[in-house]
Design a protein around this ligand. Structure first.
Ligand SMILES: Nc1ncnc2c1ncn2[C@@H]1O[C@H](COP(=O)(O)OP(=O)(O)OP(=O)(O)O)[C@@H](O)[C@H]1O
Ligand SMILES: [Mg+2]
Length: 229
């Protein structure tokens, strides 16, 4: 049976114009990711990894090329449709977690559900299920600012999962963690992919992360190169 294509990028280019000059971040990126795959993109700082994730999430527009996510042509969507894409099709986990430190774990994880208009009881039920799943139910009422880095990363994952997205995009999910916590996060991705058939794209400069993915690429000079293992 042919596998479902969830993310498709064709000849994607992105250039930034700054007062210091022109930066060619992506120079013709092609990428196909199927349902349930965990794909890793490894590359040095400045290679364009975050740019690539933001383009897939509809947070940045490419200069050229096609970006198709779950059948949506991301470059053609208006602001409303992009908001829908970000809130229900794609779960973006930024490198700095993007959590609100003064709010509790529950309040952070339920934010996307609130935006989606889910009522309070249903929201709380869903959030507690997610916190059980990531092993942080005991921290539900804790303010995020009191959590460890590893715990924050897992809360950010729970929040990204709240609306059952088909694609998770993780930007350097282990960058601020010791290896023990990094391994826990990577094993959590493997569990999510198995349990929910979620497609996961992980970008990282850490080669150890690439041991936990199904398929990997190297991002160099704005281009993706498959790495055969
Ligand atoms: N908004 C922006 N304006 C101008 N230049 C940018 C912008 N965003 C990224 N760049 C430049 O594009 C290039 C790629 O940046 P990007 O953040 O995608 O790299 P990265 O691989 O994620 O790096 P890191 O590993 O350090 O996070 C860099 O040279 C960066 O300076
Ligand atoms: Mg980055």
């Amino acid at each position: 049976m042919p596998r479902d294509v969830v993310v498709l990028l064709r000849d994607v280019w992105k250039t930034y114009h700054t007062k210091w000059g022109v930066v060619h971040a992506l120079k013709g990126v092609d990428l196909v990711i199927h349902r349930g795959e965990i794909v890793g993109i490894h590359g040095p700082s400045g290679a364009g990894k975050t740019t690539l994730l933001k383009i897939i999430a509809g947070l940045e527009k490419p200069d050229r090329g096609d970006v198709i996510v779950e059948g949506y042509n991301v470059c053609m969507l208006d602001e409303n449709a992009l908001a829908m894409l970000r809130n229900s099709v794609v779960g973006f986990i930024p490198q700095d977690y993007g959590l609100i430190e003064e709010l509790t774990v529950i309040e952070n994880v339920e934010l996307p559900l609130l935006l989606a208009g889910m009522d309070r009881n249903e929201r709380r039920k869903r959030v507690m299920e997610l916190l059980e799943y990531i092993g942080l139910a005991d921290k539900a009422k804790q303010k995020v600012k009191y959590l460890s880095g590893g715990e924050k990363q897992r809360v950010a994952i729970a929040r990204a999962l709240s609306n059952t997205p088909s694609v998770l995009l993780a930007d350097e999910p282990t960058a601020n963690l010791d290896w023990e916590n990094a391994r826990k996060v990577l094993e959590l991705f493997q569990r999510i992919s198995r349990d929910f058939d979620t497609t996961i794209l992980v970008v990282s400069h850490d080669p150890r992360v690439m041991e936990y993915v199904h398929r990997r690429y190297e991002l160099r000079d704005g281009k993706l190169y498959p790495v055969l293992s």
